[in-house]
Design a protein around this ligand. Structure first.
Ligand SMILES: C[S@@+](CC[C@H](N)C(=O)[O-])C[C@H]1O[C@@H](n2cnc3c(N)ncnc32)[C@H](O)[C@@H]1O
Length: 261
């Protein structure tokens, strides 16, 4: 996925929300956000959400998970505008701050957040060591990192996988969830927990494809046009193949910044 800041135009986002629910640009909805945060209580915590997209998750973190304050950052102006509108509509401007940022260093002081959260966004940041180190820096000692991301595997690449990489514009190695966890450990994180979500997503893909077929396809085509809906269906069909081949594997990671920092 290239870093051109126009990767998620309006029509594309509409297709993602169609599959995954209003306000969400990644799969699983509130239940998957809850699974990422398993064992972490956000009550009274200051949270940073990296790659907040259109803000559905930030509203959820403030409203349902009782975060004291959420800062959602994203690099795309259209998404930030949508997120801001959603926050205002939810009456949560006092609890959620949406910020347009530039790729690169996080624009926050050291030890600013209790929790750093992210869902399916770090894949866009090629320099993992830099972003994980910066997350470590902005977390308070004892703070928790909880995120999900798209990972690859060590299996040989199939023609379908290579085609899927082209369709989604991925130009760099996703790495594995294990390599991400190792890097976090090298940086200084402790209590690292990881979870491979490939089998969960393989099941979820059935539901995702159902939102794009039959009557649903016709409804989506009314919204996006025939070409837009066909593109969405083709992309998800190809993705199901690479998920079933075990080459695309969503994963969750939780880790702690030790207190002696
Ligand atoms: C798949 S979307 C996920 C959005 C949201 N987390 C969700 O699950 O609904 C990935 C997001 O990462 C954002 N993004 C890409 N590069 C980024 C960067 N360097 N810093 C912050 N966000 C970034 C994209 O603009 C996009 O909103």
């Amino acid at each position: 996925m290239q870093d051109n800041h126009e990767e998620y135009p309006e029509e594309f986002v509409a297709g993602l929300e169609w599959m995954w629910g209003d306000g969400f640009m990644s799969p699983g909805g509130p239940a998957e956000v809850g699974a990422i945060l398993e064992g972490i209580d956000l009550t009274g915590q200051r949270v940073l959400d990296i790659g907040c997209g259109i803000g559905g998750i930030d509203v959820l973190l403030a409203k349902e998970h009782n975060a004291a304050h959420v800062t959602g950052i994203d690099v795309e102006p259209y998404l930030v505008e949508r997120a801001q509108t959603l926050v205002t509509q939810a009456g949560l401007n006092h609890k959620i701050n949406i910020q347009l940022t530039k790729p690169g260093a996080l624009p926050f002081d050291d030890d600013s957040f209790d929790i750093v959260f992210s869902k399916d966004s770090i894949i866009h940041i090629p320099d993992k060591r830099a972003i994980y180190s910066d997350i470590f820096r902005v977390l308070k000692p004892g703070g928790r990192l909880a995120f999900s991301d798209w990972y690859g595997s060590d299996l040989p690449q199939t023609p379908e996988f290579k085609e899927w990489l082209v369709v989604v514009g991925l130009t760099f190695d996703m790495g594995t969830v294990e390599s991400a966890a190792k890097l976090l450990g090298d940086i200084g994180f402790t209590d690292i927990e990881l979870e491979d979500r490939n089998s969960w997503y393989a099941k979820n893909m059935e539901e995702e494809l159902a939102t794009l077929q039959g009557e649903n396809f016709t409804k989506l085509a009314d919204q996006l046009g025939e070409d837009g809906a066909t593109q969405r269906l083709n992309s998800s069909t190809l993705k199901k193949t690479v998920v079933d081949q075990g080459l695309l594997r969503p994963g969750h990671i939780r880790a702690t910044k030790p207190t002696l920092f």
